[in-house]
Design a protein. Structure first.
Length: 264
């Protein structure tokens, strides 16, 4: 596959992944959404179906890595790094596009949610502005969870460890069950298996951190959250942003090492 195919495939596939995955988070979170308060099961299955749709769409072009941790894991397994920058560039760009599309699709709901006094607090504009500043200082704003992940208990080593463990499970599943005949991306059956693994990780390991298990999935939408003109949006929690990048990359590398020792 050519570099242009890889870049286009990863951009389109990751955009679909974030559009549908971030979309289910918006549907469950925002007050004017028909799916408001649908719960964790809706989110985990929504993300699983998002993976399935994105992989089937992108696989013919790029092999559908859609995740820097998967790309790094495959590169370590094969010892081939030449296309890694192209994969990563497509994934980050696609994640940003997908997050922007979520904002467009839920534009009215974002505005209604972030101007609702029950959400932002205060009887007047001055109090609302104060709440927004406080949210900025504290880190995560009231809709950041639509775009990126955050911990329920902020303990850095545990948060990193949780992301490492979840990503090891994901990348081991990709390397042992998911790769196509060429070994450079996900095959048809592998896509279904990996989508179900993502649901399993969400149900079993998603509680502590929201299971980023994908640096592009977290970083790209977090950048978009910081840039979007959302009223009273609060902060993008950049103090935590390194965790869902570093943890999954370490997890992907460890999974590749386990594969090379135990399965190769």
């Amino acid at each position: 596959m050519s570099s242009s195919d890889i870049f286009i495939g990863e951009t389109i596939g990751t955009a679909i992944l974030i559009l549908l995955g971030g979309g289910v988070c918006a549907a469950v979170t925002l007050k004017a959404s028909k799916a408001r308060n649908a719960g964790w099961l809706a989110i985990t299955f929504g993300w699983g179906f998002a993976v399935l749709t994105a992989v089937y769409t992108a696989a013919p072009l790029s092999g559908a890595h859609l995740n820097p941790a998967v790309t790094v894991g495959i590169a370590i397994k094969d010892g081939d790094w030449k296309n890694v920058p192209v994969y990563l560039a497509g994934q980050i760009l696609g994640a940003m596009i997908g997050a922007a599309l979520v904002w467009i699709a839920y534009y009215g709901q974002f505005h209604a949610h972030l101007t609702d006094r029950e959400v932002v607090g205060g009887p007047g504009a001055q109090d609302t502005a104060v709440k927004a500043v406080e949210a900025q200082e504290k880190g995560a704003g009231p809709v950041l969870g639509v775009f990126s992940t955050g911990p329920e208990v902020r303990v850095a080593w545990q948060n990193v460890a949780t992301e490492i463990i979840g990503t090891i499970v994901l990348v081991l599943a990709v390397l042992t069950q998911g790769l196509n005949d060429n070994g450079n991306g996900l095959g048809t059956l592998g896509a279904l298996i990996v989508a179900l693994v993502v649901v399993s990780i969400g149900l079993s390991l998603g509680g502590p951190t929201g299971y980023a298990i994908n640096p592009a999935r977290d970083l790209g939408p977090r950048i978009v959250h910081a840039l979007l003109p959302l009223p009273n949006k609060g902060g993008s929690d950049w103090g935590y942003a390194w965790v869902p990048v570093v943890g999954p990359l370490i997890g992907g590398a460890i999974a590749a090492g386990i594969y090379n020792v135990a399965f190769a």
